[in-house]
Design a protein around this ligand. Structure first.
Ligand code: TYM
Length: 332
């Protein structure tokens, strides 16, 4: 069976609907057909300073949301990045084979450093895609299931794998980004031309897995809509309504055309009320199950420790090969 690997940053208290639709639901489905590895990139999260107690808690919360969303720790290898030191070790090799120019072209770095000013941005933010390449290549996966915004990082990973293989001999499988046809890009409810993101300006732009039903309904109700009152799908002219329609479509399984026909002649408010029901019906049970799992942190920690041991047995083998190929003297 083919292998896939992916992860989501534990940099907020909750995952959001973009993470859920762009990644998690697809991961869950992949467990049927693939050898699946899912991890929590806590080392990526510290590229922006995190309060230590919060970080620890957010890692558990992220794990609980993976499981509550349908990741089965018996079927998938579920682990925390910092529990497997090979990630940091291989990252150095990746850093050493990346050019300043190609690292500077990463749009996520450009966006984040633009906010802080390039000089104030941490070096970790700059080397972050090389750590991500290491995360992936250690496990020799065929595919990396991610939303559209991560495509460029997977492309860099491919470049680095090919470069290493070319210089030092066949070492890494060159992985492909697996991007879903639907849900790959969910937009901010308050600012529907920007992607839904943990670093959003307004918390009302995000629908979080751990939000209460009431909060979800309220956020959808106050979602920015567009001029006019017609409900139709048009990303250019009607980004707000189009985003609501596409969320509705992915969650309900109805096509956009079906929805447009169904809501013809009704008001935005009508669509929003129904959409809130659909979102609550999907996310509510995930939230409740996650809260339940968080009631037993020792059990969660034990699951993660087991996953780390499994992950490490794969990662250490790849790292040993890479060390050998690059010419490091064996330690024993
Ligand atoms: P992160 O934590 O920003 O996002 C986690 C996953 O959610 C997807 N996503 C979205 N999909 C649709 N619409 C959105 N608005 C939206 N926002 C986020 C992302 O595409 C991603 O699949 N660098 C990665 C984490 C990472 C990683 C890895 C991923 C570290 N190492 C190795 C894959 C493999 C990140 O910051 O994702």
């Amino acid at each position: 069976t083919e292998r896939v690997l992916s992860g989501m940053q534990p940099s907020a208290d909750s995952l959001h609907l973009g993470n859920y639709l762009g990644a998690l639901v697809n991961w869950v489905e992949m467990q049927e057909r693939y050898d699946t590895f899912f991890f929590i990139p806590d080392m990526h999260a510290i590229t922006v300073a995190q309060p230590p107690e919060e970080l620890r808690e957010r890692v558990r919360r992220t794990a609980a949301q993976y499981i509550a969303g349908g990741i089965d720790p018996e079927r998938s290898t579920l682990f925390v990045q910092s529990h497997v030191p090979e990630h940091a070790q291989l990252a150095w090799l990746m850093i050493c084979s990346t050019g300043m120019g190609e690292a500077s072209r990463m749009t996520q770095f450009k966006d984040k450093s633009a906010k802080q000013g390039a000089d104030a941005a941490g070096v970790g933010l700059f080397t972050y895609p090389m750590l991500q390449a290491a995360d992936i290549l250690l496990y020799q996966p065929h595919g990396v299931p991610v939303g559209e915004d991560q495509k460029q990082h997977v492309e860099l990973t491919r470049t680095l794998a090919q470069r290493f293989n070319h210089r030092y001999g066949e070492t890494f499988r060159v992985p492909a980004p697996y991007i879903p046809a639907e849900g790959a890009r969910i937009y901010d409810l308050q600012n529907p031309t920007a992607k839904m993101s943990k670093s959003a300006e307004s918390p009302n732009g995000l629908l979080n897995i751990l939000d209460t039903d009431k909060k979800i309904a309220k956020k959808i109700k106050s979602a920015v809509t567009d001029d006019g009152s017609e409900i139709r799908f048009d990303r250019e002219a009607k980004p707000g309504v189009s985003n609501l329609l596409s969320i509705y479509s992915v969650l309900s399984g109805k096509t956009i055309d079906e929805l447009v026909a169904e809501y013809e002649g009704t008001m935005y408010g009508h669509l929003k009320v129904d959409l809130a029901d659909v979102v609550v019906a999907k996310l509510g049970p995930v939230r409740d199950r996650a809260e339940e799992l968080l009631g037993d942190p020792a059990e969660l920690d034990a699951l993660l420790a087991k996953g780390a041991a499994k992950a490490r047995s794969v990662a250490s083998e790849t790292l040993a090969q890479a060390y050998d190929k690059i010419g490091f003297l064996p330690a024993e």
